[in-house]
Design a protein around this ligand. Structure first.
Ligand code: PMP
Length: 299
């Protein structure tokens, strides 16, 4: 396993090995933490972080949902990410920001508990591997907007996602897609889903999903390459008529789906997915001026 040499913790760059976590932390016992995954890429004018401020906005929203008082401001965290990348020097990679309740309290009462912020980066290839995944429709329902603040990225929610992940892997699949209480598709364990039919992309509405930034980027970019895009309710049987299906997320970017067990088979056709992935790569690598505002240079 790769471990970063340095991390940023509460305003200081520290050695990775010097960071201590304690089992009493409310973060560990109750999932009382929030996080973001962010990518950075090489561009013609040096490295740049993709949609950094949008990720930070979501982090602060998630923290507010847990009434977590993050000490650094958004501007300070923005600078912290850049500072860490100056030290780590990888050409492309993945940044994780984790804000967590770190009070030595046995109970669930998080009010007035202290919180820490940890940032680290991991090297990741600049271009994603062109693999295809086998997916099942999970027997677990996606945790609903009636149960949680659905647009927050709270660690505790991921117990639901983990169950789907376990179910998928034990059934020989790579991913699980969750349905909502009405039986419509929501999303995968850590990614959103798109269905391609002709030149139209369809993705589930914002109701019961984490509205991913990659999903939003793809929706903005698709018309540039002649694809229409709409957010709609999608039932599992709609997948039978799909030409292509793909998943989106900061980490995987676009991931081809080769099969959804019992419903969909791509027959190795991923033309539109690959077109979009190529365009997404251009955007993230600073080669489409229209989207340069999404890139924060590491200077
Ligand atoms: N859904 C869930 C549950 C996720 O954890 C993620 C990853 N953040 C996504 C969707 C995709 O979001 P993004 O494109 O912002 O990475």
């Amino acid at each position: 396993m790769f471990t970063p040499k340095k991390v940023w913790l509460n305003g200081k760059i520290r050695r990775f090995n010097s960071v201590k976590l304690f089992p009493f932390f409310q973060a560990l016992n109750y999932g009382a933490s929030v996080f973001e995954g962010i990518r950075f890429y090489p561009t013609p004018s040096g490295r740049a972080v993709f949609r950094l401020d949008d990720h930070l906005d979501r982090l602060f929203h998630s923290a507010a949902v847990l009434r977590m008082n993050i000490q650094p401001t958004k501007e300070e965290l923005h600078e912290a990410v850049i500072q860490l990348l100056r030290i780590t020097k990888e050409e492309s990679g993945y940044i994780r920001i984790l804000a967590f309740y770190d009070e030595f309290k046995a109970g669930i009462n998080i009010f007035n508990s202290s919180a820490s912020v940890l940032i680290f980066s991991l090297p990741r290839q600049s271009y994603p591997a062109k693999k295809s995944v086998r997916v099942l429709i999970s027997k677990y329902q996606r945790i609903s907007r009636k149960a949680v603040e659905i647009d927050a990225k709270v660690s505790g929610y991921y117990a639901n996602n983990l169950l789907g992940f376990i179910e998928a892997h034990e059934a020989g699949c790579d991913e699980a897609i969750f349905l909502d209480e009405k039986g419509y598709l929501t999303e995968g364990t850590v990614n959103n889903i798109f269905v391609v039919r002709g030149s139209e992309l369809v993705t589930p509405m914002k109701k019961n999903i984490l509205p991913g930034l990659t999903r939003e980027s793809i929706m903005a970019m698709a018309p540039d390459i002649g694809l229409k895009v709409a957010a709609k309710n999608i039932a599992p049987h709609d997948l039978a008529k799909a030409d292509e299906v793909f998943l989106t997320g900061t980490g995987v970017e676009l991931e081809r789906v080769k099969e959804i067990v019992g419903i969909f088979n791509s027959r190795n056709k991923h033309k539109k997915t690959d077109l979009l992935q190529n365009y997404y790569t251009k955007v993230t690598h600073g080669r489409v001026p229209k989207y340069s505002g999404w890139l924060t240079p590491v200077t």
